[in-house]
Design a protein around this ligand. Structure first.
Ligand code: HEC
Ligand code: HEC
Length: 239
């Protein structure tokens, strides 16, 4: 995972100010503005397509909260993220998640792709209709018709850097990224070939969300697979 080294000194100062270490727990900064200062260095309001920095603004609050728990509890690995949330209590993470869920900056532009027409067509097919022969459900069956996500816990898939999507699907295939069990995304990713992962990431990158796209209020249940982090999908939450 590449990290822009030039940003590090600034970040470390920001984190020292904002993040409570064990000894600082009694002096948690009490304004939300303070809490999120250390976040926007990487998750800026107006994100560029920085290869591996995902947009978090506007994602459903339950999804963001689940990810902060996943980093804190080691189901996702990115050392700086793991470190930043290591000592933060649930209520604090919930507040941060709610804050970012309420932000709706303009969607970033499309990312042109050199993947070729056959790969882009395969990506589009997987997203919109899936591949029943390989038991791959359409991505829109869970991520919503407009790919804008569904409240409270399914994220949208547009406006993310292509390389980030590619890396996340790869991490699920390899068991490096995990979600609350049963982990439906791990099942989806394992059914995708490496070429499918590239195709789907490339096609998603070429799409632009509409400026007023918001996560849907609900989706038809049951989902094609059980997802532990999604209320009503019929699954328990992993410890
Ligand atoms: C040094 C840069 C950096 C800082 C600072 C940072 N993040 Fe992150 N964050 C990342 C990266 C990189 C990822 C993706 C990691 C991966 O590959 O799984 C990420 C992932 C996330 C995700 C999951 C996004 C998704 O779509 O699944 C959330 C939520 C998040 N960060 C919240 C925060 C919050 C809240 C803060 C402040 C307390 C913060 N981040 C500070 C770099 C950073
Ligand atoms: C059965 C429902 C379901 C299907 C089908 C599904 N997803 Fe997901 N997806 C989810 C859920 C739930 C999450 C949130 C997982 C978590 O909490 O970490 C997710 C998360 C993701 C993420 C992480 C986004 C981020 O910001 O880090 C990506 C990328 C993704 N899905 C891509 C896909 C693609 C591509 C397809 C189609 C090939 C697909 N999904 C099909 C349920 C589904």
């Amino acid at each position: 995972m590449r990290l822009p080294i030039a940003r590090l000194p600034f970040l470390l100062v920001g984190m020292a100010l904002v993040l409570p270490g064990p000894a600082m727990a009694a002096t948690l900064p009490d304004s939300l503005e303070q809490r999120i200062k250390a976040c926007t260095a990487c998750h800026a309001q107006q994100e560029k397509h920085d290869a591996f920095f995902p947009r978090i603004a506007g994602k459903p609050a339950g999804y963001l909260y689940n990810q902060l728990l996943n980093f804190r509890e080691g189901r996702r690995q990115y050392p700086l993220m793991n470190y930043m949330v290591e000592h933060l209590p649930d209520a604090y993470l919930r507040e941060i998640a709610d804050y970012f869920a309420g932000q709706h900056p303009a969607p970033p532009p499309a990312q042109p792709s050199g993947a070729g027409t056959a790969a882009l067509a395969r990506g589009k097919q997987l997203v919109l209709t899936g591949d029943s022969g390989k038991k791959i459900p359409a991505c829109i069956a869970c991520h919503g018709q407009q790919l804008a996500g569904v409240a409270p816990a399914i994220p949208g898939l547009l406006g993310l850097p292509r390389d980030y999507i590619n890396a996340q699907l790869g991490a699920w295939k390899n068991g490096i990224r995990r979600a609350h069990a049963p982990d439906c995304m791990a099942q989806v990713a394992q059914r995708l070939s490496d070429a499918d992962v590239g195709a789907v990431s490339a096609w998603l990158g070429t799409q632009v969300a509409s400026a007023d796209a918001r996560p849907g209020a609900s989706i038809a249940l049951p989902l094609p697979l059980h997802c532990g982090g999604v209320p009503g999908s019929g699954a328990q939450v992993a410890p």
